[in-house]
Design a protein around this ligand. Structure first.
Ligand code: F6P
Length: 530
């Protein structure tokens, strides 16, 4: 689709419906329909998802579903799963869904170097990772001094960090607690310094993760880590203490990592969609190969749901359509993701890259400038901390902020009444946001009518985490199709990288570049004060 999105008949229907429902209150929608909760509650794999606290009616859902149809969501979805080059600006397939397909599946992709058996290649790498992870975990793979590895440091940034870092934190109760797992991403020297400060080089393994193996942050951190290691153990130690995850074998070799200790993936896996690839090696080391396979199984569960459920019963499609409803018809600029689980503390940050790097675009895939809003600002913090910080604005501020509430029936740490109290807050918040409260005093009045999606599952297992990730991946995909943008490139990050390289040269040589007066003066202040 393109800017023509706004010319679709369903779009016009939605304009009219939004006008009609400008003042419709969720309270009234519940009062007039005793079946409402059941009508809008979906089961998708192990996820129980309630969309009833939204400003929707059967007519609105029908028009939104028609929009998905008219925008070609099903066709694009099938093209993605089949490996068609839907990343048009880079002429690439988009096949993160192949990373979690069962080994018995077949998918052949035509590549420049001949046909690729995608699923076979995927499982070959998973098996290679499993052999390595098992050897490290049981002490067969030892460091240069013969000692067992007890600390893993993942060095990567963006998609080479956020996915495994988020998932490791989410699945800590399922991890080997004797293994210390850390993540270094920022080029700020504090990040690497703090990560290794209390580690023993003889028992530390570094995983350098970079799709391109050309990212300045990752290579700089990896060089610093290598110096830390070789200062203690000598240059030969690198072979036993550094492995790489990349698509670029020659750059891995140039860095000095044996390509036998490299775990590959492919250009058809976008960085922000890569946690199910070898990029998840640190996670596999932490939770073990069997649970990592369960995690992949969870991703695949939702792939299957997304592929087969009718649009009107399709959970990621519905999440996407609700996002479009509020962004494009009610001017909502942001979307909050509020996990009621400390294990999901990094989930909003992970989703920021997934969503904002995918759909933060203002031209369509055909290159036309859009005349409607695209990707929302994604943000959030775990409950109940957020309640004592920013929920005031969600409840009583002037802006409409649709929220996703994510909670679990069983805690990973069953201590006293904590979990019931946590969940009491969880339910109370969505009730208060939807229904509000009348009061004589305007300051104490809660208008309500704040839309929320509630996502519940029994427990945060590896499988359920996989399901949650795929749910959001496909939500982002559907929105990208409706807005007509290419969700799989990220040229918006390039300009800053180019300018930083130029300025880094000026800082190193103490030369003065050609900048605007503000930037020149700031650089000069820095040089005088560093
Ligand atoms: O920030 C831009 C980006 O290209 C992301 O899309 C990517 O996840 C990240 O940098 C890291 O890239 P690489 O894995 O190639 O080091």
């Amino acid at each position: 689709m393109s800017t023509k999105t706004t010319q679709l008949s369903s779009w016009q229907t939605l304009v009219n419906l939004a006008d009609e429902h400008k003042t419709t209150h969720i309270r009234d929608l519940f009062a007039s329909d005793s079946e409402r909760a059941g009508r809008y509650t979906f089961e998708a794999a192990d996820l129980h998802i309630d969309f009833s606290k939204h400003r929707i009616t059967p007519e609105v859902v029908a028009a939104l579903t028609e929009l998905a149809q008219q925008a070609g969501v099903e066709t694009k979805r099938d093209q993605m799963f089949a490996g068609d080059p839907i990343n048009v600006t880079e002429n690439r397939s988009v096949l993160h869904t192949a990373l979690r397909r069962p080994a018995t599946d077949k998918l052949t992709l035509a590549t420049e170097s001949g046909p690729q058996e995608v699923v076979d290649d995927v499982h070959h790498v998973i098996d290679q990772m499993a052999t390595f992870a098992t050897a490290v975990r049981n002490g067969e793979w030892v460091g240069a001094t013969g000692e067992k590895i007890t600390a893993i440091v993942n060095i990567g940034i963006g998609g080479s960090d956020l996915g495994p870092a988020m998932a490791y934190q989410a699945l800590r109760p399922h991890s080997d607690r004797d293994l210390c797992v850390r993540f270094v991403s920022n080029i700020d020297p504090t990040d690497v310094a703090e990560a290794v400060r209390d580690l023993n080089p003889a028992t530390t393994l570094f995983i350098v993760v970079s799709k391109t193996f050309g990212t300045i942050e990752t290579l700089t951190n990896a060089r610093t880590a290598r110096t830390w290691l070789t200062d203690a153990l000598g240059a030969d130690a690198v072979a036993k203490h550094f492995v790489a995850v990349s698509t670029n074998a020659s750059r891995v070799a140039d860095f000095g990592i044996d390509t036998n200790n490299m775990f590959g993936f492919w250009d058809w896996v976008g960085g922000r969609y890569s946690v199910g690839s070898a990029v998840g090696l640190s996670l596999m080391l932490a939770i073990g190969p069997d649970q990592f396979r369960e995690f992949l199984g969870g991703l695949h569960d939702i792939d299957t749901h997304f592929r087969t459920a009718p649009l009107e019963q399709n959970a990621p499609v519905m999440m996407a359509l609700l996002g479009v409803w509020y962004s494009n018809f009610f001017d909502a600029a942001s979307h909050a993701v509020l996990p009621y689980s400390d294990h999901l503390a990094r989930f909003p940050a992970y989703l920021q890259q997934l969503d904002m790097e995918s759909n933060g675009k203002s031209v369509t895939a055909e290159g036309d400038v859009v005349d409607y809003d695209t990707g929302p600002i994604i943000w959030g913090e775990p409950g109940t901390n957020g309640q004592h910080a920013f929920y005031q604005l969600i409840h009583q501020g002037t802006r409409l902020i649709p929220c996703d509430f994510i909670g679990f029936a069983k805690p990973s740490d069953p201590i006293g009444e904590h979990h019931d109290l946590l969940m009491a807050n969880f339910f109370a918040q969505t009730e208060a946001l939807a229904f509000g409260q009348n009061h004589d005093d305007p300051a104490r009045t809660f208008e309500g009518n704040r839309p929320t999606t509630t996502i519940l599952s029994e427990t945060l297992s590896p499988r359920v985490l996989g399901q949650l990730i795929a749910l959001y991946e496909h939500k982002v995909f559907v929105q990208g199709v409706i807005w007509g943008v290419n969700s799989f490139d990220q040229f918006g990050v390039e300009l800053g990288k180019v300018l930083a390289t130029t300025i880094a040269g000026e800082l190193a040589d103490d030369t003065t570049g050609d900048h605007d007066s503000s930037t020149s003066s700031l650089i000069s202040w820095y040089k005088n004060n560093r």
